[in-house]
Write a protein that binds this ligand. Structure first.
Ligand code: PEP
Ligand code: MG
Length: 292
């Protein structure tokens, strides 16, 4: 990070029109949480918890997950830490889970879909998150939501875990915030249906773009179909922002475009409240917003 950029690190990102944009970080480990806070992150907008599950031979225990979430919450104190529940499947494979091979993994059992089928895996994670919730400002976020019913089902499981905790006399934040990622066109276009049972939204533009153009995000030959400012994508994002604001909910973006100087002006223009990006991008994006 250059000396020129360092001064932007600790500044609030306020546009010339006086709009404050929250600048958050995407992380995949506690180590990255430390880097993020040092780069000026005002919160964690996306903790990709599946990284805790990679490169090992068995799933991390409740205790192991709890320690990691607690540590990240403590580093960020009262700043929000949005923990995304497991987003396995698609291109993220985990051999020891012995998941069925699928013809179309990106259209298959991934993200929240998998958690609703593998409930014990999901509950262990929710337990770890709830236990950690008293150590900071943790929010829960479900990935790969296609329809409202999936959110209702996930919330039912979360409620079960809360009940169990109450019976066991464990302390946790009962009204912990719960949000969803909008990364599938169906939910982007029907957000009104689900908005009253969630607290916030974060747009996963990487997947939202892939599913809008039906173009595998890992296929180099289809790179030309990654068009963040195409009117189809802009129209989806605009609808999501407008619905969120109509119902008084905050909306962020946590896909790669949130940390891309080329697209940040568009996202700010569309009205997003928060941008979450790789920690190294924070100073340059704050600078960009301040100069808007
Ligand atoms: C996204 O899809 O934009 C996103 C942030 O999630 P991931 O890249 O982990 O799929
Ligand atoms: Mg995604």
């Amino acid at each position: 990070i250059s000396r020129e950029l360092i001064k932007f690190r600790d500044l609030p990102a306020i546009t010339s029109k006086g709009r404050r944009i929250k600048v958050f970080a995407n992380i995949g480990s506690e180590k990255e949480a430390e880097i993020a806070i040092n780069m000026g992150a005002e919160g964690i907008g996306l903790f990709r918890t599946e990284f805790i599950f990679l490169d090992r031979n068995d799933p991390p225990s409740e205790e192991e997950q709890f320690r990691i979430y607690k540590r990240v919450a403590e580093i960020f104190k009262d700043k929000p830490v949005i923990i995304r529940t497991l987003d396995i499947g698609g291109d993220k494979e985990i051999p020891y889970l012995k998941l069925e091979k699928e013809k179309n993994p990106f259209l298959g059992v991934r993200g929240l879909r998998l958690c609703l089928l593998e409930r014990e895996l999901f509950k262990v994670q929710l337990r770890a998150i709830l236990r950690a919730s008293v150590f900071g400002n943790i929010w829960i976020m479900y990935p790969m939501v296609a329809i409202k019913e999936e959110v209702e089902e996930a919330n039912k499981i979360l409620e079960e875990v809360k009940q169990e905790f109450e019976n066991e006399g464990k302390t946790f934040v009962r009204n912990i915030k719960v949000g969803i990622m909008v990364e599938i066109p169906s939910i982007a276009l029907s957000l009104e249906e689900v908005i009253d049972i969630i607290d916030f939204v974060s747009i996963g533009s990487n997947d939202l773009i892939q599913y809008t153009f039906a173009a595998d995000r890992t296929n180099e030959k289809l790179r030309y179909l990654y068009i963040p400012n195409h009117r189809a994508v802009v129209s989806l994002i605009k609808n999501v922002v407008d619905v969120c604001h109509k119902f008084g909910k905050e909306v962020g973006v946590c896909g790669e475009i949130a940390g891309d100087e080329e697209y940040v002006p568009l996202l700010v223009d569309l009205g997003v409240d928060e941008l979450s990006m790789a920690p190294s991008k924070i100073p340059v994006i704050k600078k960009k917003i301040i100069e808007l």
